[in-house]
Design a protein around this ligand. Structure first.
Ligand code: AMP
Length: 280
């Protein structure tokens, strides 16, 4: 099937239900597509008869106005990638189609959205949960695909799906990295050449802590300090936070680590990057 570009909810619904026997995989994105998105699309392509993608830079999940303003929008390139990957349907809504003037519903998760990104990006997960719930209701997919790169986002969405009984399966896809380890991100295109080199500090910090843990250094505070030291050794990088947290509750661990989500957020220039790895 050739790529169908939809702008309205009605068009998406018409496509989705043109044959109700078919399974649909949904890949929600904010565009500026890269190999990370491609991995999600390929997983969806393998497991479903039809694949839908949304491209929507969701204003209510941005707590920093300049981050929203500077978010890349290479639409032609994105459409070429979707076509090459055999995507069936892309929804590219206007902001006003998603949030009409009388819009008033927000989805707030009490606990899982509070630590980590929740502390440093107030309101972010209200925006994420609200828009993802809408995407689920518009597409009504059989399965929806999310990247492990945004580990807390995955946890928030899985919790929401359980809490609100969304009738779909969440599939989590491992983080896709550049050859030097940098996690792929649409924001990477905003880095200068020097900043791009500096940006590997995130994966270096994670690898340092993972290898320390594998070698028996299991004190959570020590692992956080190792990550902090790597970031602080890089003058162009500004640390936002490092975390060694319980992989389910996302609460910081104190004392010995049996299993954990290691994560961090770092500013390189004015671009904020995040990354994570798991141990145990
Ligand atoms: P975004 O367009 O940044 O909102 O990302 C859309 C989806 O792609 C989210 O589920 C992300 O977690 C996922 N994603 C982004 N970068 C990567 C990556 N490097 N590897 C795997 N998935 C990713």
């Amino acid at each position: 099937m050739p790529l169908h570009i939809a702008y309205t909810v009605a068009e998406v619904r018409r496509m989705r239900w043109s044959d109700s026997a078919l399974t649909w995989g949904l890949v929600p994105t904010m565009g500026a597509l890269h190999a990370g998105h491609r991995a999600l699309i390929r997983a969806a392509r393998q497991e479903n008869a039809r694949v839908g993608v949304s491209i929507f830079v969701n204003p209510i999940q941005f707590n920093n106005p300049s981050d929203l303003e500077n978010y890349p929008h290479p639409l032609e390139q994105d459409l070429a990638l979707l076509e090459a990957e055999g995507v069936d349907l892309v929804w590219i809504p206007e902001v006003a189609a998603v949030y009409p003037p009388d819009f008033q519903t927000e989805i707030h998760l009490k606990y899982i959205s509070q630590p980590l990104e929740g502390i440093h990006r107030p309101g972010h997960f209200i925006g994420v949960a609200t828009v993802v719930a809408k995407l689920f209701n518009v597409f009504q997919p059989t399965r929806a695909y999310f990247g492990q790169k945004d580990a807390q986002q995955v946890a928030v969405i899985q919790q929401m799906v359980r809490d609100l009984n969304f009738n779909l399966e969440i599939v989590v896809v491992p983080t896709v990295r550049e050859a030097d380890g940098l996690a792929m991100s649409s924001r990477n295109t905003r880095l200068s050449a020097t900043e791009r080199q500096t940006a590997t500090v995130l994966v270096q910090a994670l690898r340092r802590a993972v290898s320390a843990w594998e070698n028996g250094e299991i004190a959570a505070e020590h692992l956080r300090q190792l990550m902090r030291d790597v970031v602080l050794s890089e003058p162009l990088a500004r640390l936002d936070y490092v975390s060694v947290a319980d992989p389910l509750s996302l609460q910081e661990i104190n004392g010995p680590v049996e299993q954990a989500l290691l994560s961090l957020a770092v500013y390189i220039g004015d671009v904020r990057l995040i990354d994570n790895m798991q141990v145990g």
